[in-house]
Design a binder for this molecule. Structure first.
Ligand SMILES: Cc1ncc(COP(=O)(O)OP(=O)(O)O)c(N)n1
Ligand SMILES: Cc1nc(C(=O)O)sc1CCOP(=O)(O)O
Ligand SMILES: [Mg+2]
Length: 427
């Protein structure tokens, strides 16, 4: 049997570390994930300092990633004080000099931080991975689970940054899901890894984790418009993809649930063929039932936090936001992106408040999440929207300018050209 990825946990003696390194030299693997377990989250010392030099000299240089917590990073760096995110960056750089390809310094124990901040460094770039801190005593085993999840993602073929993001999201979602569990009397309780089995959403066949550049040309369908122009939702989706749409949302307000599910399944097959994510508007149940790539919810729909628990860590969740406060909440709730509008007045959504370009800019600047602009956008004004030039504005979401037209493919292609000409949003 060929082993692709090895993940190490507690290695309690020099002899064991040396045997492991010798075996890995003899039987090389695609990737080695080293969780340098020395000090547990609860503060117990799990491996003595005598093995530190063997770690530094033999094991770390072989690793594709190491995942120390603050105490472990400090122990590997001769007791270096780690109290701020800047300290974590310095530690990541120093540890990288010891030879691993990637270093993930986990800041779960960082004092005075309302977020859980981890620093990933690959020798070229630092990635500051933040998520809301989940207040619970059920944190036993989070470090091991994170490293194991990274190993599993790498074994599935994902690049390291994606693997770390998915693993972090998994741990965060599992922590949140199991924060109320009350087992035992110790200072820490366990968390429940099986949330996805329980939420019936284990199947995820999307090829890639969410990439914010997918928001570049976001086509949102409308059943009334398709009816008016005598085409099926499936033909509309095909045409939009052929014209260059980079993500599709099915916004079928009038559809019967059964018909909606059938159309969604057919659209999903087309989207998967083209590597284009498919989201469902409002209907988390339909998204789960047809294994869509995610959902888009508004302020009066199912809260994103609940949708996240139901959908699991890998599905895409977008939230409509008109204010910085809503954008902050979307981030706290575990959304992947926000939709901000109406940038211009629209006839597609009744009584929609127009926030204008200024409102869009204000929300973008406040948002920690990528943003897609929506509302009254088409070829004539898409460039002006993208020219507000905030780095997290990734694209435009459009309904009528694509679907209330005779040829969806031509309209989409033209909009695609305008967006490419604006040379923004694709980074
Ligand atoms: C990308 C994107 N942004 C905003 C919306 C609007 O969602 P919501 O406020 O829930 O309104 P409805 O679309 O459900 O009428 C969206 N759908 N997509
Ligand atoms: C669905 C939707 N949401 C909006 C918001 O502001 O949140 S505006 C909107 C309708 C967008 O349609 P069109 O591209 O035809 O203007
Ligand atoms: Mg909605």
């Amino acid at each position: 049997m060929q082993v692709d990825v090895v993940k190490t946990g507690m290695l309690p003696s020099v002899g064991i570390v040396k045997t492991l390194c010798k075996t890995l030299r003899e039987f090389p693997v695609h990737a080695l994930v080293v969780d340098p377990v020395m000090v547990s989250t609860s503060g117990d010392v799990l491996a003595g300092p005598s093995i530190l030099s063997t770690f530094r000299e033999e094991l770390l240089p072989m690793a594709d990633i190491i995942t120390p917590n603050l105490k472990e990073a400090s122990a590997l760096l001769n007791g270096m004080q780690l109290e701020t995110v800047d300290d974590m960056r310095s530690a990541a750089r120093l540890l990288h000099n010891m030879g691993p390809k990637n270093v993930l310094v986990k800041g779960g124990d960082l004092p005075d931080s309302s977020d859980a901040v981890d620093i990933l460094y690959n020798g070229h770039n630092f990635y500051e991975l933040r998520s809301p801190r989940i207040r619970t005593r059920n944190t036993h085993g989070t470090g091991c689970s994170l490293a194991s999840s990274i190993a599993a993602e790498v074994a599935k073929g994902y690049p390291m940054l994606s693997a770390v993001k998915v693993a972090k999201r998994f741990v965060e979602t599992a922590l949140d899901y199991s924060k109320e569990i009350d087992i035992g009397n110790g200072p820490q309780g366990p968390f429940d890894h099986l949330l996805r089995l329980k939420s019936h959403s284990q199947a995820c066949h999307r090829q890639q984790p969410f990439d914010p550049s997918d928001l570049f040309l976001y086509a949102v369908t409308d059943s009334r418009m398709n009816k008016r122009w005598g085409r099926s939702i499936i033909d509309a989706v095909k045409a939009a993809i052929d014209g260059g749409a980079t993500i599709i949302q099915l916004r079928e307000k009038d559809a019967e649930t059964k018909d909606f599910m059938e159309s969604a399944k057919a659209c999903l097959r087309i989207c998967r063929l083209h590597g284009v994510p498919l989201l469902i508007n409002d209907r988390v149940d339909v998204a789960i039932a047809c294994d869509a790539d995610g959902v888009h919810v508004g302020q009066s729909d199912m809260p994103a936090r609940v949708a996240r628990t139901l959908l699991g860590p890998e599905k895409i969740i977008g939230v409509s936001c008109k204010t910085p406060e809503q954008a902050e909440q979307a981030w706290v709730d575990g959304a992947d992106y926000i939709g901000c509008g109406g940038v211009y007045p629209t006839n597609t959504k009744e009584n929609n408040i127009t926030v204008g370009l200024n409102g869009l800019k204000t929300v973008c600047m406040a948002s920690k999440l990528p943003v897609v602009a929506i509302g009254g956008i088409g070829v004539s004004n898409a460039r002006a929207v993208m020219e507000i030039r905030t780095s997290n504005l990734k694209g435009v979401a459009v309904v009528s300018a694509l679907f209330d037209r005779e040829c969806v493919q031509t309209e989409t292609r033209q909009l695609h050209e305008v967006l490419l000409g604006s040379n923004i949003g694709s980074t």
